[in-house]
Design a protein around this ligand. Structure first.
Ligand SMILES: C[S@@+](CC[C@H](N)C(=O)[O-])C[C@H]1O[C@@H](n2cnc3c(N)ncnc32)[C@H](O)[C@@H]1O
Length: 208
């Protein structure tokens, strides 16, 4: 999928559907918050949520006292929804409307979080572009938490094909320089009660 059709797809999703119609919606991003705590980042650490969409993670992080939170998403409509929900605290978050595969990070981060965005990259060249951004943006010693559909998870999401992973396959895709330090299965329950199997893996960027 090229950039323009990807952009069209996601803008259309977020301008035409409410939260309860989005399979990935969750009231509280409990597992992400737990894994971020487990990574041991300080409240002043720089955290970026890749493909954060309209999720409540940024809001939850700001409420817990994290001071340097960035959300990147292709869809400006998704970011606008997240911003307006957070209200006055939105000014404490940096919002970036960009395609991660073409993004030019202008700073580094201590923690990279991605729930259900990476798995949409079904072409090798897009995955390579993503990993190049991850290498550039995540400081050595920093953590990447990546949640994708598991090997026995759904084959599609939001009408799009996805690539499914286990921790080893994800580690091999990220390549050398990322040490796998934790992986766990997760069952996400959609707003209509179906369970989707995910895996969430945490990597530490090696100090070279
Ligand atoms: C399934 S949703 C998950 C949203 C959010 N992470 C959550 O947990 O609620 C996938 C998100 O990835 C975003 N996305 C898809 N491809 C992207 C890309 N190439 N660059 C940036 N964002 C992307 C979509 O706009 C969408 O918000």
């Amino acid at each position: 999928m090229n950039h323009a059709s990807r952009w069209d797809h996601w803008e259309n999703v977020y301008t035409s559907k409410g939260e309860s119609q989005l399979s990935w919606f969750q009231e509280t991003p409990a597992l992400s918050l737990e894994l971020i705590e487990q990574a041991g980042v300080a409240r002043s650490s720089a955290i970026v949520d890749i493909g954060g969409g309209a999720s409540r993670l940024a809001e939850s992080l700001v409420s817990r006292g994290y001071e340097d939170v960035t959300v990147l998403d292709l869809s400006a409509a998704a970011l606008a929804a997240a911003r307006s929900r957070i209200g006055e605290k939105a000014s404490r978050v940096t919002w970036i409307a960009a395609d991660v595969t073409a993004w030019e990070p202008s700073r580094s981060y201590d923690l990279w979080h991605d729930r259900a965005a990476f798995h949409f990259l079904t072409l090798a060249r897009d995955r390579a572009a993503y990993v190049a951004r991850l290498q550039r943006a995540l400081r050595p010693g920093g953590h990447a938490i990546i949640g994708t559909f598991a090997l026995d998870g759904p084959e599609r999401c939001s009408g799009l094909a996805v690539s499914r992973y286990d921790a080893e396959h994800l580690a091999a895709t990220l390549g050398r320089g990322f040490a796998l330090i934790d992986s766990r299965p997760h069952g996400h329950v959609t707003p209509w009660g179906a369970t989707q199997k995910f895996q969430f893996s945490t990597f530490r960027r090696e100090r070279s």
